[in-house]
Write a protein that binds this ligand. Structure first.
Ligand SMILES: Cc1cc2nc3c(=O)[nH]c(=O)nc-3n(C[C@H](O)[C@H](O)[C@H](O)COP(=O)(O)OP(=O)(O)OC[C@H]3O[C@@H](n4cnc5c(N)ncnc54)[C@H](O)[C@@H]3O)c2cc1C
Length: 404
């Protein structure tokens, strides 16, 4: 195990430190709450068992988007909020988030009609009316092929061009942490939380293990922001607790650049799900799958089945080229920390949950990467509202603060 990296920690003084807020999990949720809280004046530490940002938050499809497909599930508030946050990301984090042009080609054999997609685009534009991105437009079959020569023209009717954004997901986590550490955040990397310290059945601190051994950290508030690992921490706190998340796996493959200057929104012919082919760092990223996963989140892999599923879907839309497993340069998979429910995974809400257990341990999970800032603001508002002296903290600063 590498040496635990700790910034100006009171542990170096051999004391058990005390913070207003202890955050467990250094993905985007933990990082953004840490930044928001520290900028408002709380004392905060962030604990990550591996390296920051290497969990789900570096395995996304890298889209800062409203999620046009969630309109089908009537998640209008989620889409509206994500589109508002997409705009804030474009303004405040231009080094990490850039506009991306999408083409949604419509085929005769497709599940969604051109009319339905036009209605969806109209609604998407309406929900993003404050956006600086261009408005969507209709494209003819000829215009689509001219723009994307690798795309199959067989049965193509026409389609839409629309605009979303692409983000450097891993770097955004680090940028949030950097801004927070510059303002006093204490970080514990390669440090795992193994237990909670309780007094009168209330959580008062955490036990941590790192290369330096086992020690204690105390906090007025403790936040479980471990994404797909949330259930594990919740069970340590309350062994009889019901699961909080029921993760689904999303796999991606990366191939050499196809002749696709724009991103494509496509339907998986096998099951009508939406998937993407996206230009990414000079290559083409294809994803994702969506399959239930109830194993240990540390053991997630991209299986042959995942690769076959994505290759089969992509090949249906390619002219003059058929991708095989030999064309896959790289692949990665992540777990969507979706709220636990009896519903089918595709029907479950993509919105976030903030929940306090009987011991006072707070759990933050779910949500989309795109709306992390809003999620963090809501969480810190809640934490401050429970503080004995809430007026001693300033208002949220992240709406207009740049991320360099
Ligand atoms: C396949 C896929 C594609 C996606 N695409 C998009 C997209 O294009 N756009 C979008 O907006 N959203 C997308 N999302 C959603 C988004 O990526 C996630 O919601 C988000 O990254 C979750 O972040 P997190 O901080 O909750 O979890 P994570 O990033 O997983 O962070 C949790 C951290 O907790 C740490 N941890 C666990 N246990 C402990 C412990 N005991 N002690 C200390 N640390 C611990 C882990 O090591 C991990 O680093 C996608 C998700 C997936 C899975």
């Amino acid at each position: 195990m590498e040496r635990s990296r700790q910034t100006k920690s009171p542990m170096e003084l051999n004391q058990s430190p005390h913070y207003d807020l202890i955050i467990i999990g250094g993905g985007i949720n933990g990082a953004s709450v840490a930044r928001d809280a520290i900028l408002r004046g709380l004392t905060v530490c962030l604990i990550e068992k591996n390296n920051f940002g290497l969990g789900t938050s570096s395995r996304s499809t890298k889209l800062a988007h409203g999620g046009i497909r969630y309109l089908e599930h009537f998640e209008f508030t989620l889409v509206y909020e994500s589109l508002r946050e997409r705009q804030l990301l474009l303004q405040n984090a231009p080094n990490y988030v850039k506009p991306l042009t999408f083409i949604y080609p419509v085929y005769k054999s497709g599940h969604r009609s051109l009319f339905r997609i036009r209605c969806g685009m109209w609604l998407y534009s309406l929900l993003s009316r404050n956006s600086t991105l261009p408005k969507h437009k209709m494209l003819t079959k000829e215009e689509i092929i001219e723009q994307c020569p690798s795309l199959s023209s067989h049965n193509l009717i026409g389609g839409m061009m629309y605009f979303d954004a692409q983000m450097k997901d891993y770097e955004l986590v680090l940028a949030n942490i950097k801004d927070a550490t510059d303002n006093g955040l204490h970080t514990y990397e390669k440090t795992i939380v193994t237990d909670f310290i309780k007094e009168n059945n209330k959580c008062k601190g955490v036990i941590i293990e790192s290369e330096q051994g086992t020690s204690k950290i105390y906090g007025s508030c403790i936040l479980n922001a471990t994404g797909p690992w949330c259930n594990h921490l919740s069970k340590i706190d309350e062994p009889t607790a019901k699961p909080l998340v029921a993760p689904t796996k999303g796999a991606h493959i990366i191939v050499d650049p196809l002749q696709l200057p724009h991103a494509l929104t496509l339907e998986v012919p096998q099951d009508n799900r939406v998937f993407f082919m996206i230009p990414w760092e000079g290559k083409t990223l294809i994803g994702t799958t969506d399959t239930p996963f109830d194993g240990n989140p540390d053991t997630i892999t991209v299986t042959d089945q995942d690769k076959d599923y994505l290759l089969k879907a992509a090949n249906m839309y390619l002219d003059n080229i058929q991708l095989t497993k030999d064309d896959i340069i790289d692949s990665f998979a992540g777990l969507r920390p979706l709220q636990y429910s009896e519903e089918k995974a595709s029907k479950r809400s993509r919105d976030f949950s903030l929940f306090s257990s009987n011991s006072g341990l707070l759990h933050l999970f779910g949500g989309k990467y795109t709306s992390y800032r809003h999620m963090a603001e809501t969480t810190v508002d809640y934490i401050i509202s429970k503080h004995p002296n809430p007026k001693s903290f300033s208002a949220c600063k992240t709406q207009s603060r740049k991320l360099d």
